[in-house]
Design a protein around this ligand. Structure first.
Ligand code: ZN
Length: 325
């Protein structure tokens, strides 16, 4: 049996060995324990802007704020930390806004950069640039993920609470998109995934789209199944022929994302009514064309994001809303 001291030495050697194998691996990620968090009370000047947490005691509050920060910041998540350092970073500057691309796969080719620039240029035209600003990061993953809805591997995933679009190996392939005629894969999947954030930008547009082009399936027995289980909610396209691709027929959200790809890069293939609604609601305001610049970094120049400064939070007992008045 080894003493605690020997064990510590062993552990230290193990870490040293791991670092020798891959000297840069995992060294520069911020962890949740590095983030300075502080619970504040009403007398703190930042009380109003502090993050709200429901918790009954200090331990629970600390746990909840950490969980929230991990969920919102991809670099605090083991899934990304375990990938090691990204191969390259591309900072895309659009006027005064910045999106950072972190690539965990092979280095991107010149054509990737052109398609990335073109996708961002197109997205910046939507809703006066509001759609663009729902995304802070584009993460190019080196691991595939299966999509049970389309029964093929995912090409990408929308930004969600991390404000980070994920592009899978199948999404970065420099091939035709396949789902829609005359558009390329990488640019199209970028526009598609950006468009998943439309819900945060313009719910009127989403509602108008659903009302006009989709119908709710009330009869449970008529709903589709996934893994043998009926959908809890299903909408069907009023006219499937008006969907720009087969994938667009799966849900109204996918229809919007696929239609956006067509509206922005090959409008001729999109149904007239859908093009009209998209243009009228989203593309009507012509803005000055913004200057887009790409700055590429690799190796030691790659700088991972981190939470700066102190995160202040306030905690309320979780049962507060059930208390009798
Ligand atoms: Zn989608």
């Amino acid at each position: 049996m080894s003493s605690p001291c020997t064990r510590r030495v062993l552990r230290h050697q193990l870490i040293k060995m791991k670092n020798l194998e891959n000297p840069e691996q995992n060294l520069r990620y911020q962890t949740i324990d590095d983030v300075k968090i502080k619970r504040v009370s009403e007398d703190d000047p930042d009380f109003d802007s502090a993050i709200d947490i429901f918790a009954d005691d200090d331990n629970e509050a600390e746990l909840e704020i950490k969980k929230k920060l991990i969920a919102e910041n991809w670099w605090l998540q083991p899934e990304w930390q375990e990938k090691g350092e990204p191969q390259e970073q591309i900072d895309v500057t659009i006027g005064d806004y910045k999106i950072s691309v972190y690539n965990f796969g092979e280095l991107l080719a010149e054509q990737h950069l052109e398609e990335l620039k073109s996708a961002i240029e197109n997205i910046s035209k939507v809703a006066e640039g509001k759609l663009l600003k729902q995304v802070k990061y584009i993460l190019i993953s080196n691991v595939s993920k299966f999509n049970p809805q389309s029964e093929e591997n995912f090409r990408g995933q929308g930004a969600g609470e991390m404000q980070a679009i994920e592009i899978f190996p199948e999404g970065r392939e420099l091939v035709p998109y396949g789902r829609i005629e005359g558009v390329s894969n990488f640019e199209s999947i970028l526009i598609h995934e950006f468009s998943h954030s439309m819900r945060k930008v313009d719910m009127d547009f989403i509602n108008a789209w659903q009302k006009k082009f989709w119908k709710y399936i009330k009869d449970v027995d008529k709903r589709r199944k996934m893994n043998g289980v009926r959908y809890a909610f299903q909408q069907d396209p009023v006219d499937p022929q008006k969907c720009v691709s087969k994938y667009a027929q799966t849900t109204s959200d996918e229809d919007i994302c696929e239609s956006m790809v067509a509206a922005l890069i090959n409008p001729e293939v999109l149904d007239n009514e859908k093009l009209e609604l998209t243009s009228k609601k989203l593309l009507s305001v012509k803005k000055n064309v913004l200057q887009i610049q790409l700055a590429k970094k690799s190796g030691q120049e790659v700088k991972l994001p981190e939470i700066d400064g102190q995160i202040k939070y306030k905690a309320e007992p979780s049962g507060i809303m059930f208390k009798p008045l």
